[in-house]
Design a protein around this ligand. Structure first.
Ligand code: ZN
Length: 79
């Protein structure tokens, strides 16, 4: 039986998260190559929001096509 876990973010943690995302969203994405296949990483534009506030951030997440392909096969337990 699983019960949805609810947690409350206190004000200090909330401001810490805001500071973190303010930094991350300002960072220009660096060209990166995948360590697994050597292809150039693509960037996924993700939007994060902090519940209870009207704060949202656009963050570019580096992701490689090979990770997307492997994710189609379900969770892999290789490590
Ligand atoms: Zn790759």
């Amino acid at each position: 039986m699983s019960i949805p876990h609810q947690f409350e973010i206190d004000q200090s943690l909330r401001s810490a998260v805001k500071t973190l995302f303010d930094k991350v969203s300002l960072c220009p994405p660096q060209p990166r190559r995948c360590l697994r296949c050597g292809q150039e990483m693509q960037y996924l534009n993700a939007t994060f929001s902090l519940s209870g506030t009207d704060c949202t951030w656009q963050v570019l997440l580096p992701i490689c096509p090979c990770e997307l392909e492997s994710s189609h096969q379900g969770p892999s337990v290789t490590q």
